[in-house]
Design a protein around this ligand. Structure first.
Ligand SMILES: Nc1ncnc2c1ncn2[C@@H]1O[C@H](COP(=O)(O)OP(=O)(O)OP(=O)(O)O)[C@@H](O)[C@H]1O
Ligand SMILES: [Mg+2]
Length: 330
C-alpha cells in the first residue's frame, strides 16, 4: 500500500456457506485490487460474477472469508466493530442496488442522518440535506417516506445521502440502474464534478456504458477474479491487443476472457516460445490439438450482465456494458 492508495485488497476470498444441495458458493477467488486516491474505477462483469460481494467486502460491510482490505491506510481486518464504523463514516459512502434508505424517515431525514451520526446539529444537517436534494431535483419530495417514492426517486435520495458527508471514496452498485436516461446524466454530472473538483475516488459496478466511460479504468470481473483491465477512454468494443491488460495472480493463474481464448483458437497445448522478463509468447503446438471453442460452444444471444440482445453474430464485447460475451454449450 502506498500513500497514493485509498483502497487496497489482496488475496480476497469470500465463500457463502450453505447446507443446501448446491453447497457453498465461492464468490471471490483470491482477488487483488487497488484504487488510488481520486481515481474512478468501473467494475463490469456478468451476473453472479461477485461484483456486489466485492463491494460489500471492500466497504467493510461484510467480512471476507480471508484476505486483506485496507481503507485509507487502515487495515480493516484488525479494527474493532466501533473503529470500523468510525472509519466508514469518515471515509466511504455506499450506493446499493436497493435498500439504501430507512423506511421510517422522510427523504430529508434520510439524507441528513449520516451528518447527524457525525454529531452535526439537526439544523445544519437538514439545511445541507435540503441543498443535496435540490442538486438531485428532489427538494419537492423532501417530506415523503421512501415507500411513497418511485424507484428512481429513491435512488436519487440514496445518492444525496451518500454524498452529504463528502466521502473520499464512493462504492456504488449500479447507481444509475433505476434511473431514466435524463436523470442518469444528471447523476453522472454530479459524480464527474466530485471526481474532478473534489478528487473523490469511485469504485462503481455498472452495466452502463456512460458510467464505464466516466471511469479512468475498467476492470472486468469473472468468477470472483479480475481477468482484464481496459483504460476508460478506449472504445469498449475495441479488442486491439495493446489496449487490454490481462491479470496473472501470484500463483501464476492466468484467466483469459473468452473472447481472447476464441481468438487464440481455443483450448489445447501451447509451447512456451519466447520467455524473457515481462514477456511470454505462446505458440500452439499443433492446431489439430486445439479444442475449437466453436465446436462445443456458441456465443450467447443476450448479454448475461445487462440483457442486451446481440444482433451481430461475431460481436465479442457487449456494446452496452462492456462485458465479454460468454459462450455456452451449443
Ligand atoms: N447471501 C448469499 N448466500 C449465498 N450465495 C450468495 C449470496 N449472495 C450472493 N451469492 C452468490 O455469490 C455469487 C456472487 O454474487 P454477487 O451478488 O456478488 O454477484 P453480482 O456480480 O453482483 O451479480 P448481479 O450482476 O446479478 O448483481 C453468485 O453465485 C451468488 O449466487
Ligand atoms: Mg450485484
Amino acid at each position: 500500500m502506498t500513500v497514493e492508495d485509498i483502497l487496497v485488497a489482496d488475496y480476497l476470498y469470500h465463500i457463502y456457506e450453505s447446507k443446501a444441495e448446491d453447497g457453498n458458493v465461492v464468490a471471490l477467488r483470491g482477488l487483488h485490487c487497488r484504487v488510488k486516491k481520486g481515481e474512478a474505477v468501473a467494475v463490469v462483469g456478468p451476473s453472479g460474477s461477485g461484483k456486489s460481494t466485492l463491494l460489500k467486502c471492500l466497504g467493510g460491510l461484510m467480512k471476507p472469508s480471508s484476505g486483506f482490505v485496507s481503507l485509507a491506510g487502515n487495515n480493516m481486518t484488525r479494527l474493532t466493530g466501533k473503529e470500523l464504523v468510525e472509519l466508514r463514516q469518515r471515509t466511504v459512502s455506499f450506493i446499493f442496488q436497493e435498500g439504501n434508505l430507512l423506511p421510517n424517515l422522510s427523504a430529508l431525514d434520510n439524507v441528513a442522518q449520516p451528518l447527524r451520526h457525525q454529531g452535526v446539529s439537526p439544523r445544519i444537517a437538514k439545511a445541507k440535506a435540503r441543498e443535496m436534494l435540490k442538486d438531485l431535483s428532489m427538494e419537492h419530495r423532501a417530506k415523503a417516506r421512501p415507500a411513497m417514492l418511485s424507484g428512481g426517486e429513491q435512488q436519487r435520495v440514496a445518492i444525496a445521502r451518500a454524498l452529504i458527508t463528502e466521502p473520499k471514496l464512493i462504492l456504488a452498485d449500479e447507481p444509475t440502474g433505476a434511473l431514466d436516461p435524463v436523470t442518469s446524466v444528471q447523476v453522472l454530472d454530479i459524480f464527474k464534478e466530485l471526481h474532478e473538483k473534489k478528487e473523490v475516488a469511485f469504485l462503481i459496478v455498472t452495466h452502463s456504458r456512460e458510467v464505464a466511460d466516466f471511469a479512468d479504468r475498467i476492470l472486468e470481473l469473472r468468477d470472483g477474479r479480475f481477468v482484464a483491465q481496459r483504460g476508460g477512454d478506449v472504445d469498449l468494443s475495441d479488442l486491439e491487443a495493446g489496449e487490454r491488460e490481462i491479470f496473472m495472480d501470484e500463483l501464476g493463474t492466468l484467466n483469459l476472457p473468452p473472447d481472447i481464448v476464441l481468438q487464440m483458437g481455443g483450448s489445447g497445448s501451447y509451447r512456451v516460445d519466447e520467455l524473457t522478463t515481462g514477456k511470454l509468447t505462446l505458440v500452439n503446438v499443433d492446431t489439430s490439438t486445439l479444442n475449437s471453442v466453436d465446436s462445443v460452444l456458441r456465443l450467447v444471444d443476450d448479454c448475461p450482465a445487462c440483457g442486451f440482445t446481440y444482433s451481430n453474430e461475431e460481436t465479442l464485447l457487449c456494446p452496452e456494458c462492456g462485458s465479454s460475451r460468454p459462450k455456452v454449450s451449443a
